[in-house]
Design a protein around this ligand. Sequence first.
Ligand code: MG
Length: 314
Amino acid sequence: MAHAVLKCDTKKINDIRNYYQTKIIDKLAPGALFTAKTSDCTITAYKSGKVLFQGKSAELEASKWQAGSEAFPASKKKTVNRTVSHKYLPPKNISQLTVIGSDEVGTGDYFGPITVCAVHSGPEQEKIFNQLGVKDSKTLTDERMIIMAQDIIKYVDYSLLILPNDKYNQLQAKGYSQGKMKAVLHNKALLNVIEKVNSQNKSYDGILIDQFAKPDIYFSYIKEEKHQVKDKVFFQTKAEGLHLSVAAASIIARYAFLKEMDKLSDIAGHTLPKGAGFKVDQAAAEIIREKGEGILNKIAKTHFANTKKAQMLK
Ligand code: MG
């Protein structure tokens, strides 16, 4: 039987779970987090981070998740590298260029909005960014990022967009995938920054999007947008390590997400946990008990499997 294996991080596994959530079956293999069955593929995610795709469309299903994942066994790596590399990869000297970089936060979290930020930065900001410690964005605590974000925004042109939960749920019900929502938000944030930069006669060498979808898919998501940012656009996964603009964008987006989580926690009367794990199910169950299910539309991404699990727990 055809099969493919990917090694994924928690965020990606959550994305996979959400994507196949209506196909999840009750039977759980040893060490598995969940198993989902489509008409011609069985997808099993393991606690180890491996995700196994089995069946006729195994390759096809796995290819949806390959960006940013490590595929193995090693013999398969070649194919994967070919699919990951694309004509939108940034030039080698990208870190020395002036770039508008964008990133998003909150996509794998049941509670809270999606936040997207785009930042314009180049050699001029490098010194202050280095002093602030922007390049370590992946290793910073939330507390540190809250302080840093407030400093960063003093030195750059940026755009920060927040997609509130009720709007998210509305779009989702209309058939928008999360990928499409993200793409539309990235495009909008980038447009905003381009406008700001142009109006001040500042320049930029290119645009770097922290890749969450294959470029062709990204562009198909934004094809109905009135203005589409297409020129000099580069995509790469883990782009926060490539250019400080993306690192700064991810810090600002995280800051906004945390601030929104505080506001929503006040509304819910409950400190809302991050992620999409069991703690989240428990918190959602308590909130349903105390405030009724209607409140979830305002504070959560209700199509996540957590809603059903919370209903069972309450
Ligand atoms: Mg990202």
